[in-house]
Ligand binder design. Structure first.
Ligand SMILES: O=C(O)[C@@H](O)C(=O)CO
Ligand SMILES: [Mg+2]
Length: 250
């Protein structure tokens, strides 16, 4: 059975962010992740992790404001300075929160120059933080139209070009289903690159066991393939978060 993680950006939103740590622990999670922690002081979240004996699986590079605006800068031509500034800020948060992974968001862009920019920024980040696991995540075009990294084969090609041991794939099963319509086959093709998994039901992005994804089958598949990382619930609960946690028992 995988080690499950609660995404505190989407789960337990019944509570202010800082109270979600305790709510996740009470619901049985030992691991949490936060997409964009930058609205809260890092020290406050570190204290919450310690208080509730929780581990941080992942944080993202900015955008700092998830409510709107940019979706990252790593693939934005001429955005290198902004990317580097934000990445250093992420590393300052990481010093306190000690996330297993940092997800580097590409942003909205397309074309050869964006690809080259993304690769160069990823190489730079890999050298800045050689001991930190960094991830990239293909995101489906319905959720983020125009997002540069929108396909798993594209991600594989970019990871090969970056060729850094600490830059790997964040495999979001929800995006995989939305992009390819065939989660098991996408895992078979790309799962060996995955260091972190996220999951939601599709369509709808609600609980993983609501919709077309066979999450019990997926958990069996990743277990059989020897996946040892976390599986994070990253979805919009239909009702109260605690009422929709059957999927962690599958
Ligand atoms: O899947 C997602 O949406 C997230 O993992 C993310 O990092 C930003 O959108
Ligand atoms: Mg995701």
């Amino acid at each position: 059975m995988p080690t499950f993680c609660a995404n505190l950006t989407m789960l337990f939103t019944e509570y202010p962010l800082i109270e979600r740590f305790g709510a996740a622990k009470d619901a049985g999670f030992d691991v949490v992740e936060i997409l964009f922690p930058y609205d809260n002081p890092a020290q406050e979240m570190r204290s919450a992790l310690i208080k509730h004996d929780l581990k941080m699986a992942l944080i993202n590079t900015p955008p700092p404001n998830w409510a709107g605006g940019d979706r990252g800068y790593a693939a934005i031509p001429n955005g290198e300075k902004r990317f580097q500034y934000d990445f250093k800020r992420t590393l300052r948060y990481a010093q306190l929160l000690k996330p297993t992974h940092i997800h580097i968001m590409a942003g909205r862009a397309k074309g050869a120059v964006a690809r080259a920019t993304f690769i160069e920024n990823l190489k730079w980040a890999a050298m800045q933080a050689p001991k930190q696991s960094l991830t990239i995540e293909p995101i489906n075009p319905t959720d983020i139209p125009g997002y540069f990294l929108h396909d798993f084969d594209q991600a594989a090609e970019i990871l090969d070009a970056v060729d850094a041991p600490n830059v790997n794939l964040q495999f979001d099963a929800y995006h995989a289903h939305m992009i390819t319509g065939d989660l098991p086959a996408t895992w078979s093709r790309h799962g060996h690159r995955a260091v972190h998994i996220q999951i939601a039901g599709a369509p709808g992005r609600h609980e993983p066991d609501i919709g077309d994804i066979d999450c019990a089958g997926f958990f069996k598949q990743i277990d059989a393939d020897g996946y040892k990382g976390f599986v994070s619930g990253e979805y919009h609960p239909k009702g109260r978060t605690v009422d929709g946690l059957e999927w962690v028992k599958l």
